[in-house]
Design a protein around this ligand. Structure first.
Ligand code: UD1
Ligand code: UDP
Length: 453
């Protein structure tokens, strides 16, 4: 099998590294690693290939920085040429950047199966380019890998085929687990000349919906100024450096004695900083996941998150960029005596470090990826959705045997108290569950006999 693996930015390289390794171990697998070039500085790109042990990309499309539309369409056009010449059996991308969307559209338009990793995240905030990118990419994919059961059920609610959707966990946990062995908090503190006398908070900020607004950046700086008994270490993303300078806030930031400004860090140094921190403050997706994985509380500098598991599990809260909210949440989470102990005991909602192996094994099992693109046949034209309550008489049926009995696919299951249940083929349909199904209307007669509505 020949697969194109497309990456373009810092988080994609970090999260794809363990999957690239797992896929390259499969027999008769040939991989073409394509870098779109969306990120290009050494500290935003090259360093991660080196530190995570991934070979240099076979192709670099050198897309570079541009506005949203031009960047996305450049990826589409350039990767389209590579797809045409390489003739892969499938194209994989991970996450929600413009590189991912360009890749997803090009592959789908060229009738090559697109595989989307980290599917199903939803913020419902269309001011984020990422929300647009992930929604379209999920719907174009022939195969989706959801990192959490929440993400899986988002996909089901939107009508994405349950047969081509798998719960895998997030590959970030695989990357953290692998790299953490090489990292030491003591060495990091020494390297950055931090004495650990005050509480330490790692801060990152780069979202378009934050950096484009002067008042939001001012809000964050005000909070940092007020929290002067805490040391903040801030490796600043190039987008944010540029914005702070444009809004004439750079000198103000530099004047804050409790803030250590750094250039973007490599992965070893950054993980070293995270494990040395008492708390993490961020608007980054990957850093939110790492905070949970490393059992650190996390204050989210956004108005929403597509990773609600963090809040559900008590790891942190949404602060936005309002200085009063940031100050009070930082103090609340920093000084909760039992919090770290509680967090240490909590299971990681993002997985157990085996996501890459799970994804590679599903791809190996399916192998004929083009079979996923076979157009469905619906004698009734297109499928319809129904819901029913499971009766006592249906005890013993599973998701798979329901399909056999009446031709309907389960798309969601809710337990008797209305909570969504993650399911697979073997999940039993228990009395009083509410089950939503999708099927060809010509099977409705069989369904009625079975469900007896
Ligand atoms: C992109 C992704 C975002 C992801 C982030 C990871 C989109 C829409 N955004 O945002 O989802 O969270 O990457 O970091 O795809 N720049 C450099 N050097 C580089 C790269 C960028 O200086 O190597 C500067 C340029 O001024 C550029 C700006 O950063 O205009 C923004 O870069 P861009 O790739 O457009 O978006 P990010 O903010 O990095
Ligand atoms: N990261 C890093 N150095 C830094 C900041 C972040 O290595 O200076 C890593 C971080 O550990 C995480 C990833 O970059 O794995 C997150 O990338 P980013 O915040 O740029 O993007 P997002 O995850 O929000 O898409």
């Amino acid at each position: 099998m020949r697969l194109i693996i497309s990456v373009g930015t810092r988080p994609e390289i970090i999260k794809m590294a363990p999957l690239y390794e797992a896929l390259s171990k499969l027999n008769e697998m040939e991989l073409l690693l394509v870098h779109t070039g969306q990120h290009y500085d050494w500290e935003m790109s090259g360093i991660f290939f080196k530190e995570l042990g991934v070979e240099e990309p076979h192709v670099n499309l050198n897309i570079g920085s541009d506005d949203q539309v031009s960047q996305t369409s450049a990826v589409m056009k350039e990767i389209g040429k590579i797809i045409e010449s390489y003739e892969p059996d499938g194209v994989i991308a991970l996450g929600d950047t413009n590189s991912v969307l360009g890749t997803a559209i090009a592959a789908s338009k060229m009738e090559v199966p697109f595989i989307h990793v980290e599917s199903g995240l939803r913020s419902y905030d269309f001011s984020m380019p990422e929300e647009i990118n992930r929604r379209i990419s999920d719907h174009l994919a022939s195969l989706n890998f959801a990192p959490t059961s929440r993400a899986f059920s988002n996909l089901m609610e939107e009508g994405i085929s349950p047969k081509a959707t798998f719960l895998s966990g997030n590959t970030i946990v695989d990357s953290v687990t692998k790299v953490l062995r090489k990292v030491s908090a003591k060495r990091t503190l020494e390297k950055f000349d931090l004495d650990g006398a005050q509480p330490l908070v790692t801060l990152t900020l780069h979202r378009k919906e934050n950096t484009e607004y002067e008042h939001k950046l001012i809000g964050v700086l005000k909070a940092l100024e007020e929290l002067d008994d805490i040391t903040f270490v801030w490796p600043i993303h190039p987008r944010t450096q540029k914005a702070l300078k444009t809004f004439d806030l750079w000198n103000k930031l530099k004047s804050l004695k409790n803030v250590r400004i750094l250039e973007p860090l490599g992965y070893l140094d950054f993980l070293g900083l995270l494990i040395s921190s008492d708390l993490i403050m961020t608007d980054s997706g990957g850093v939110q996941e790492e905070a949970v994985t490393l059992k650190r509380p996390c204050i989210i500098l956004r108005e929403n998150t597509e990773r609600p598991e963090i809040i559900e599990m008590g790891f942190g809260e949404i602060a936005g960029t309002n200085p009063a909210a940031i100050v009070s949440l930082v103090r609340k989470y920093l000084y909760q005596a039992d919090l770290i102990e509680r967090l240490k005991r909590a299971p990681n909602p993002f997985g157990d470090g085996n996501a890459s192996k799970i994804i590679a094994s599903v791809i190996e099992r399916i192998w004929d990826l083009r079979s996923l693109r076979k157009p469905p046949t619906f004698k009734g034209g297109s499928p319809h959705y129904l819901a029913f309550r499971v009766e006592e008489s249906m005890r013993g049926y599973t998701v798979a045997s329901l399909r056999e009995a009446c031709g309907y696919d389960v798309v969601s299951i809710y337990d008797a108290s209305g909570r969504s249940i993650h399911f697979d083929e073997g999940t039993p349909l228990l009395p009083n569950y509410i089950v939503r199904v999708r099927g060809d209307p010509v099977n409705y007669g069989r369904f009625r006999k079975f469900v007896k509505i």
